[in-house]
Design a protein around this ligand. Structure first.
Ligand code: 6CS
Ligand code: FE
Length: 304
């Protein structure tokens, strides 16, 4: 069953991935994972592209050097300490401690992070995977301080970006670059390897202004216990650890989440979402209104 949705122009775009209806539904992915040629030139070798296609993720031990990490850590600390940033609507705070949890659109707020986005080691990998020019659909720094910062429950990012931001196809890739050490104890990223090949359409309509809650604790777009049990039993769960400077690239539809961080050790990262310029956002497929542009970009200018 495919529903159609209309864009702001007269064209209609077929909804390949219905979600947020009355019942949950699992459908096979209808898009390639690696859109570029398997031997496309770039920082990822063919074996790396193959494993990304198979698993839906690619871990890089050292994407940026220790010295570079120090620069980005200082910039993160500068932003988090700036009262103007805290007052900015692009800052999301922790529900309990009221500490800053995330700052969105960090590639537009900070020239330092803008440089990271256009670094060939970063944007070059995104272009290789997506097989085209790319633009930033979303960027954020996640501070994930210690002593109780809450994690993110299981979800597929694409399910939200399709339902609420209007991304038509799975031609979007994220990279999480660790700015502090990711131990196996401080709330690291967990991904179900291979889960990116199944789309889980969630049950339950999107409330208006959903983003105000979902960026602290997601509700709409949350899989059922039964579906998570089925996916986890089939695919397993991989926890990502690594030194500051390591990075995890993962497909937009990989089922992932992270636990709370009750250790004294923060798990800070910078998270950048690249979307293909061939997959620009149309109207939301399953939400009453668009999310703000600082969460789902409407400026499709390719990263240069
Ligand atoms: O809703 C979003 O766009 C964000 N939420 C999560 C939990 N992951 C993806 C994205 O940053
Ligand atoms: Fe996510």
């Amino acid at each position: 069953m495919t529903m159609t949705t209309t864009t702001s122009t007269t064209a209609t775009v077929t909804d390949l991935y219905p979600t947020r209806g009355t019942s949950e539904v699992l459908v096979p992915r209808q898009d390639p994972v690696v859109w570029g040629a398997p031997d496309a030139p770039g920082p990822i070798d063919p074996a790396g592209l193959q494993s990304f296609e198979r698993d839906g993720f690619l871990a890089i031990d050292e994407l940026i050097s220790k010295d570079e990490v120090a620069v980005y850590r200082r910039e993160l600390e500068r932003l988090v300490a700036d009262p103007a940033i805290r007052a900015d609507e692009r800052s999301i705070v922790e529900p309990k401690s009221n500490e800053i949890r995330s700052v969105f659109e960090v590639h537009r707020i900070s020239e330092v992070f803008a440089n990271l986005v256009r670094d060939e080691r970063v944007v070059g990998r995104a272009r290789q995977i997506l097989g085209s020019d790319v633009y930033v659909h979303q960027s954020r720094i996640n501070v994930k301080p210690g002593f109780g910062a809450s994690g993110f429950y299981w979800h597929s990012d694409f399910e939200t970006w399709h339902a609420e931001d209007g991304l038509p196809n799975m031609r979007t890739v994220s990279v999480s670059i660790a700015l502090t050490e990711n131990y196996d104890t401080n709330g690291g990223l967990m991904i179900m390897p291979g889960s990116h090949k199944t789309f889980l359409g969630c049950a339950g309509a999107t409330p208006k202004d959903n983003y105000k809650k979902s960026l602290q604790m997601q509700d709409a777009g949350t899989p059922s216990d039964e579906a998570l049990t089925q996916l986890a039993s089939e695919y397993g769960i991989r926890l990502f650890t690594g030194k500051a400077g390591s990075a995890t690239w993962f497909d937009c539809n990989a089922m992932h989440g992270s636990g709370d961080n009750i250790t004294p050790f923060p798990r800070s990262n910078v998270f950048i979402v690249f979307n293909s310029v061939e997959n620009t956002a149309v109207e939301p497929f399953a939400a009453p209104v668009r999310r703000p542009e600082f969460i789902g970009a409407r400026d499709f200018t390719p990263v240069r």
